[in-house]
Design a protein around this ligand. Structure first.
Ligand SMILES: *[C@@H]1O[C@H](CO)[C@@H](O)[C@H](O)[C@H]1NC(C)=O
Ligand SMILES: *[C@@H]1O[C@H](CO)[C@@H](O)[C@H](O)[C@H]1NC(C)=O
Ligand SMILES: *[C@@H]1O[C@H](CO)[C@@H](O)[C@H](O)[C@H]1NC(C)=O
Ligand SMILES: *[C@@H]1O[C@H](CO)[C@@H](O)[C@H](O)[C@H]1NC(C)=O
Ligand SMILES: *[C@@H]1O[C@H](CO)[C@@H](O)[C@H](O)[C@H]1NC(C)=O
Ligand SMILES: *[C@@H]1O[C@H](CO)[C@@H](O)[C@H](O)[C@H]1NC(C)=O
Ligand SMILES: *[C@@H]1O[C@H](CO)[C@@H](O)[C@H](O)[C@H]1NC(C)=O
Ligand SMILES: *[C@@H]1O[C@H](CO)[C@@H](O)[C@H](O)[C@H]1NC(C)=O
Ligand SMILES: *[C@@H]1O[C@H](CO)[C@@H](O)[C@H](O)[C@H]1NC(C)=O
Length: 448
């Protein structure tokens, strides 16, 4: 059982609203919600991406532009609101909810009521001692000092709130129940609220400075905004918006340095250490500062932090950074692994062509520079002699470069082939001078 309400939490809400209206144009990252910070979003390719959205009134995803309508809590284009501040609705949040509505989706449908009202349009008043209710006979929360289904009973005067005539659920500031239930005891004077004499649950501020620990003996850090912290010393908010964390000792993503004013190196994947060393790099870069490009010989263009290629090297390269040339297959190489001639059975610019396709397995004379066999076997043609001369070439011989030939008797060379010079009578098409494939009209194949 703790006593007292949190004036501190209430103050925080007010401060948040003030920040919103005084910050019109945000520098990168400064108007993001700070939970997850702001950095490069690799998937969307957006720099200064706000990972947990914007503070009220700014436009996703970078939170640098304000939503046009001041009633927008969040927007994804300047003129389309995603959510409205309480009390407004519509896609530009220009429409006012019924006055007794806290939030609504239209003028006739409230999604929550202001305290003290109930009904679809929050048109009905709760009983006067009720803070919130579902109907005129069922209160969900009583006003301070009352209890019961209809909050019809008064609490003992020592209780701020109670659930029966003999049990305080919270005490007035500065009081506690000790082992009892009636808030009969005074807290240590430094406490705003406490569970017993020695254990504060919230501290009073003194000269505008917040305190913490059970006995409120320690000052909140000046890194905390307005010196406000919880009973454990955790800042409620950081004084400098470049900082994060309950001790405000971490920089928001993308910044580093004792003042968190320095930008992390441009190719950091997200944030960096206090000395500007990247936690990880964007693809294609490595080293502590991600300012060295991965080797162009990396197979996939990506490498680890030490520069060794992810997925290995392109052909003919080796070494952890693929810096080493390797001798191409079928080559005789010099000391630098550059190919100066092909081995005895291959030819061509990369020594990838086999001499066995050439006539009598004879390699061209200048193997490394030759692009074709010097000579093919008689019935072959093409650079590699891997094409066969067309059918019906005279003596099976054809031109070694392009496969044209003089054809057998009664055949003519046409479109790279030897075709019959003429077909039998009444034949429409034929494959040889005496065999029809199809007939002219009114003749059938069976006759021929
Ligand atoms: C009041 O609250 C206390 C603590 O939560 C609980 O033990 C007790 O049963 C409650 N009494 C009633 C009448 O609800
Ligand atoms: C005071 O309350 C704290 C926290 O509930 C507890 O740890 C401590 O033992 C209490 N001290 C006394 C004297 O009751
Ligand atoms: C990378 O950045 C660091 C820190 O700024 C610098 O000292 C270093 O010279 C840079 N290296 C290259 C290759 O640019
Ligand atoms: C580089 O880093 C990778 C991944 O951490 C590791 O597997 C590899 O052994 C390292 N290479 C060298 C040369 O240190
Ligand atoms: C090997 O490469 C080095 C540096 O490029 C060069 O100075 C040297 O002459 C090369 N050696 C041969 C045998 O080509
Ligand atoms: C002959 O070799 C060439 C080059 O390798 C290839 O493009 C072609 O398809 C081959 N022809 C035959 C019939 O295999
Ligand atoms: C094929 O090569 C021969 C000899 O070089 C040439 O006379 C002929 O015109 C060429 N035919 C074609 C279709 O290129
Ligand atoms: C080829 O044509 C001649 C006439 O041009 C003919 O006498 C001969 O029989 C034909 N040979 C074949 C195999 O069709
Ligand atoms: C070709 O067809 C015509 C008409 O059907 C026929 O008179 C003639 O005998 C045919 N010729 C041959 C060689 O079959």
């Amino acid at each position: 059982m703790t006593g007292g309400s949190s004036i501190i939490a209430f103050t925080t809400i007010l401060l948040t609203l003030v920040v919103k209206t005084s910050c019109q144009d945000c520098s990168p990252c400064s108007c993001c919600n700070r939970e997850k910070g702001c950095s490069y979003n690799n998937q969307l390719g957006i720099d200064h991406y706000c990972w947990s959205g914007c503070i009220g009134g700014f436009m996703s995803p970078k939170c640098q532009k304000t939503c046009v309508n001041p009633r927008c809590r969040s927007c994804s284009t300047e003129s389309t609101c995603d959510t409205c501040y309480n009390g407004y609705y519509g896609y530009q949040c220009t429409s006012r909810c019924p006055t007794t509505c806290n939030t609504c989706s239209s003028s006739t449908s409230c999604t929550s009521c202001n305290d003290g009202f109930h009904g679809n349009q929050c048109q009905n008043s709760c009983p006067s001692t009720c803070k919130t209710c579902l109907s005129s006979s069922f209160c969900t929360v009583c006003n301070d000092g009352y209890y019961g289904d209809q909050c019809q009973y008064s609490c003992p005067s020592t209780c701020k709130a109670c659930n029966s005539s003999s049990f305080c659920t919270s005490c007035w500031d500065g009081h506690h129940s000790g082992s009892g239930a009636m808030c009969l005891f005074h807290c240590n004077p430094e406490c705003l609220s406490c569970t017993n004499e020695t254990s504060c649950t919230a501290c009073k501020t003194r000269s505008g400075i917040g305190y913490y620990r059970n006995d409120c003996s320690s000052q909140c850090s000046r890194k905390c905004k307005d010196y406000l912290c919880d009973i454990y010393g955790h800042c409620l908010e950081c004084a400098d918006p470049h900082f994060l964390g309950s001790s405000c000792d971490r920089c928001i993503n993308g910044k580093y340095g004792s003042l968190c004013h320095n930008n992390c190196p441009v190719n950091c994947y997200s944030d960096c250490s206090s000395t500007g060393i990247c936690k990880s790099c964007k693809d294609g870069f490595f080293s502590n500062y991600c300012n060295i490009s991965c080797s162009e010989n990396c197979k996939y263009g990506t490498c680890y932090r030490n520069g060794s290629c992810i997925g290995g090297c392109k052909d003919e390269f080796s070494g952890s950074r693929c810096e080493q040339k390797t001798c191409p297959i079928n080559c005789n190489c010099d000391n630098n692994n550059s190919c100066f001639e092909c081995d005895a059975y291959h030819f061509g610019p990369s020594c990838l062509l086999s001499c066995s396709s050439c006539k009598d397995n004879r390699c061209p004379v200048e193997r490394l520079h030759a692009e074709k066999c010097d000579e093919c076997a008689t019935w072959r043609y093409g650079n590699l002699c891997n094409e066969t001369c067309p059918r019906y070439c005279l003596d099976n011989k054809c031109d070694q470069d392009n496969g044209t030939c003089v054809c057998d008797k009664n055949y003519t060379f046409k479109n790279g082939k030897c075709v019959p010079s003429s077909c039998p009578a009444n034949c429409s098409t034929c494959t040889s001078p005496d065999v029809c494939d199809s007939c002219v009209d009114r003749n059938t194949l069976s006759e021929s």
